[in-house]
Design a protein around this ligand. Structure first.
Ligand code: ZN
Length: 402
């Protein structure tokens, strides 16, 4: 806690922050979602060159770099191989982003341990490294075929967010018109193959009905890698109570996210004027300029805060149970809540949860134990399914009907 007094920073003693540090020392954070690979891709100077980007230095104005990952006590990270749904050449773009994550690992072998199994978390911790896990954000790169799933798995992918902000031919997005009845026959084949491969199914970005349809058919626990409680902030990206309740039986996990518009109801209401009916912003060439224009017209936007993220975590624990909650920041080089400006701030969120009376044990679950349990279970189920089920092949057109 920094207090600016007469131009100097005074560190106040804070027992909660010391307790948070001790918890994260024992159970370094497993963060469910970070968009650094996309940030490096679109950085005007680096243009996808990891070495040129320079992760060893603090990037003021961005939110993720090695010095601040260390300060934030990160033990494992799911890096998103993300692309906008409408990007050209989606299959290649997904491979480029997976490759970019692997280049992050290769450029900094003293910091990142390429993590392909849940047991790599402990291995990384023992070596003082960060376990680097690969996620694909958005199934658009499948181009409606099943085979790429196995190639992604071979390349190290261990979690797949089914879609992004737009509905695909086989799964409905939370922020777009439904076309697939939630999840259609080809979508169910995708789910079955993800189960068989031991890749975590991520329901963040899926519509509420798609979440329900996946929970109906999945043979393994699922994750919502960056979503909050819909009952506290009614953005469609957040999870409704019935879905959160079903995570208990499924064994899955919801990871609270910091995206301001999914955290704060007043901000969500303020932003409605610039969003479509599904809560999605029209693609802007300069989102910062667009936001400034809105503020000039409608006054200062309400801010999301660290305390509101803690409110969501409390609500998620109420609805899903403490064994089914984690954190998926979704730092993406853009806006973040006051108090959670960059990846160094995680201990402050845990300090707030300590102040709210969460036990050390419960906070260790939320920090990493729950995410590791889901990964272990998904790996185990995949191994057993591969013994009895052949690889699923084919394309969308081979799966007619709903
Ligand atoms: Zn996302």
């Amino acid at each position: 806690m920094d207090d600016e007094t007469a131009g100097r920073s005074v560190e106040k003693p804070d027992n909660a922050l010391a307790a948070a540090h001790a918890i994260l020392e024992r159970a370094p954070l497993f963060d469910g979602h970070n968009d650094l690979p996309w940030v490096i891709r679109i950085d005007k100077a680096a243009r996808g060159d990891v070495v040129a980007y320079g992760l060893n230095r603090v990037h003021e104005g961005a939110d993720t770099d090695i010095p601040r990952l260390r300060k934030g006590m990160i033990g494992a990270q799911f890096w998103a191989a993300f692309q906008p749904t409408k990007a050209s050449h989606p299959a290649v773009t997904t491979l480029e982003q997976i490759d970019l994550i692997r280049r992050i690992e290769e450029a900094h072998p003293e910091v990142f341990l390429p993590a392909r199994r849940p047991s790599d978390y402990a291995r990384a911790k023992a070596l003082g490294k960060i376990a680097s896990f690969i996620a694909v954000e958005g199934g658009v790169g499948l181009e409606n075929a099943l085979s790429p799933l196995r190639i992604w798995h071979a390349a190290g992918v261990r979690l797949m967010t089914l879609c992004h902000n737009e509905t695909l031919d086989w799964v409905d997005s939370a922020t777009d018109a439904p076309r697939a009845g939630g999840l259609n026959a080809f979508g169910r084949a995708v789910i079955g193959e993800l189960n068989r491969l031991g890749i975590v199914i991520d329901l963040a970005h899926a519509s509420h009905d798609a979440m329900r349809r996946v929970l109906d058919v999945t043979e393994a626990p699922v994750a919502l890698s960056h979503s909050n409680a819909y009952s506290l902030c009614d953005h469609p990206r957040n999870a409704p109570d019935d879905v959160l309740g079903r995570l208990r039986e499924n064994g899955g996990l919801v990871m609270a996210t910091f995206v301001p518009g999914f955290v704060s109801q007043p901000l969500r209401d303020w932003l409605r004027r610039s969003r479509d009916g599904y809560g999605k912003a029209p693609l802007a060439t300069d989102p910062k300029a667009q936001f400034a224009e809105l503020e000039a017209k409608h006054g200062t936007a309400p801010k999301a805060s660290l305390e509101q993220v803690a409110d969501h975590l409390e609500r998620l624990v109420e609805a899903a149970g403490v064994d089914h909650v984690g954190i998926g920041s979704d730092y993406f080089g853009g806006a973040s809540p006051v108090g959670l400006e960059d990846v160094s701030r995680f201990p402050h969120l845990f300090a707030e949860l300590v102040r709210r009376g969460f036990s050390d044990r419960d906070l260790e679950k939320m920090s990493s134990f729950n995410a590791l349990r889901v990964l272990r279970e998904v790996e185990k189920i995949g191994k057993s399914l591969r013994k009895s089920r052949p690889p699923a092949i084919g394309r969308l057109e081979d799966y007619p009907g709903g």
